[in-house]
Design a binder for this molecule. Sequence first.
Ligand code: ATP
Ligand code: MG
Length: 364
Amino acid sequence: MAEYDVVLESVHKTFPGEVHAVIDFNAEFEKGEFVAMLGPSGCGKTTILRMIGGLEEVTQGNIIIAGQNVTDLPPSHRDTAMMFQSFALFPHRTVFQNIEFSLKMQGLAREERDRRTWEMAEMVGLSELARRRPHDLSGGQQQRVALARALISKPTVLLLDEPLGSLDYNLRQTMMVELKKIQRETGITFIMVTHSQQEAMSMADKVIVMSDAIIQQTGTSREIHEEPRTKFVAEFIGNNNIFQGTIKSRSGSIVFVESEDATYYVRIPEYVRTVRVGEEVHFSVRADLLHTGEHPEMANRVRGNYITTEFMGTLETDVFEITDGFYVHVEQHRHLTDRVYNMGEAETICWPAEAGVLLEQAGK
Ligand SMILES: Nc1ncnc2c1ncn2[C@@H]1O[C@H](COP(=O)(O)OP(=O)(O)OP(=O)(O)O)[C@@H](O)[C@H]1O
Ligand SMILES: [Mg+2]
């Protein structure tokens, strides 16, 4: 049996004025796991983190940390530490003193404090800067101080609220790798909140996708990437094309879906239990599984008009308009010698039956 560090059982949070910030939240976080809670602004991420840390009361439900029901315990009785988006470092203390702070509060002897603080400064790569004050550091360095300060008390669980939110793109890329490395080295359970799917997918062992106070899907990055379960997840994760139509028939694990101007073959993932003929459905196809040009071996094809190309390094996404206002994104590795489209040019786009994933319909 897996060992759980944190368990949330049917947790609800209602703020005055009937604001349902969190509804029936169930999750299990394994010891040493890096979990990301991902969702748009206002979906309840920070509220959950604050409830785990004891900074916000639970309206209903239970929170269990390391086997103990802590639902009604104050923050000081929970083995958690929190790292906020705004680092809130002490401006007049040195890096060393900032990191050392909670050990001092615990009343540890000087020698022990020194040893552990240097160890931590070393780990986050700050030993050279230990005598500086926060305003003489870069954003990324300040962030490391905040991380070191949160980690030094060796909490069972570290709660991170948008930890990379204020960093620029390059620094964020670097810190993503470092944060992951530090998490691995310390073996501390990390629960991180973010609205960036890239951060969640590249760092976390497990991702919880949320919208409007509820969980949409829980899974590994790969699971969420390859099999988004709902229309919300497929849209939020990005680079998915969402199609709509009516189920006409089923053959084994494939359904035949018809829309006004096309017919499609779509895979039914294992978790979709019932498929009703005549039902309106959505399905999702990843942009990297679409192919331009005629491919007779592929079951699906649509015609579209070229609109534009989005560049992302060696990867390019061509956008085609299929019907008025309905765009399809095709991700391709292109070389300089490959064909270049002209605005409005017609093209065929194909994909195999297995590439389309039937999405769970809302309310089921
Ligand atoms: N103290 C409060 N009183 C009333 N409503 C609140 C309070 N705190 C949060 N809310 C509401 O609860 C909902 C969830 O807020 P929360 O801060 O958890 O969202 P979030 O997912 O962290 O969003 P963001 O990505 O913008 O930080 C929002 O509708 C918010 O307005
Ligand atoms: Mg928040």
